[in-house]
Design a protein around this ligand. Structure first.
Ligand code: AMP
Length: 283
């Protein structure tokens, strides 16, 4: 397959989508920050099944990084990304510049409540404002019928659903399962920061979460299971555990046994922060 066409202006994106719509074609969007891996490709495959046309945005969104975070060193590799997109059926890559997305004088922020409370927000207080604002912009620019987001960033998926529901954005959000390496490590662009020793520790994150989810499923108390998981993460070599929490899958309220649950965690390995989550199945 050949590389997708690339547009970097909102006007060119809109023109292309207008042509598709004129031909009666539906559009699915996959927002990404690039440094693509199999996880991203899996979302694009789902998008291509849902709609006749698929647009992938590649934009490292500065407003979702705090000043102390890794914006400058976040991997940027557009040529390689376009080669990867050639292996799936993406029709168009949208690669706006920071100036195009946030021209001088830009002064709007979207703040989503509900599922954005706690978890990531306790440690990255401006993160979801950045995400919600850029996702709203992308949706207004591309007006997709569908958009696919990974369960890997589970809280983000919930926040995006809330955003679209509350603002009546006419897009159906599709959640896609987390793609993992052979050892269970969730694929992430940030895994590129890890050396061999750190990778071995990183692979324990999912093992420990699955064990805690199994303990919850077989009756362990919520706070005992999460405290044990925190201890296990530290013992495995994570230097700092930001959180391990059991939440309700839909609302992200604290988990109650009679509700579908999700166990979510964030922990640090050196300068790299990893997140992961697993389902808590109670029968
Ligand atoms: P990012 O480029 O990290 O902003 O991610 C773009 C999209 O890819 C988000 O919807 C992520 O949840 C999703 N994603 C990232 N890693 C994975 C993975 N391992 N499996 C499935 N989806 C993923």
């Amino acid at each position: 397959m050949s590389q997708p066409d690339v547009v970097d202006s909102v006007a060119a994106l809109r023109a292309r989508i207008r042509d598709w719509r004129r031909d009666g074609l539906r559009v699915a969007m996959v927002p990404t920050m690039g440094a693509l891996h199999e996880g991203h490709l899996s979302l694009i495959r789902i998008a291509c099944e849902k709609a006749e046309r698929c647009v992938v945005s590649i934009f490292v969104n500065p407003t979702q990084f705090a000043p102390s975070e890794d914006l400058d060193k976040y991997p940027r590799q557009l040529t390689r990304d376009l080669d990867m997109l050639a292996t799936v059926k993406a029709d168009l890559a949208f690669t706006p510049t920071v100036g195009a997305m946030y021209p001088a004088g830009f002064a709007t922020k979207i703040s989503v409540g509900g599922p954005s409370a706690g978890l990531e927000s306790d440690f990255r207080p401006t993160f979801f404002e950045g995400v919600a604002t850029v996702v709203a912009k992308l949706f207004l620019q591309a007006t997709p019928d569908y958009a696919v987001f990974g369960e890997k960033d589970y809280q983000q998926l919930c926040v995006v659903r809330q955003l679209c529901h509350d603002l009546d954005l006419p897009v159906e959000i599709i959640g896609a399962p987390t793609i993992r390496d052979a050892h269970g490590l969730a694929m992430s662009s940030r895994n590129a920061y890890l050396d061999e020793a750190e990778l071995a520790v990183a692979r324990q994150l999912n093992v420990i979460l699955r064990k805690a989810a199994a303990a919850l499923a077989s009756g362990a108390h919520r706070d005992d299971a999460t405290a044990e998981a925190r201890r296990a993460l530290t013992a495995a070599g994570f230097q700092k555990v930001d959180y391990v929490e059991a939440r309700e899958s839909l609302t992200l309220a604290p988990w109650r046994r009679d509700r579908a649950g999700r166990l979510l965690a964030a922990a640090w390995l050196g300068k790299t922060r990893l997140i992961d989550n697993v389902e808590v199945s109670t029968g």
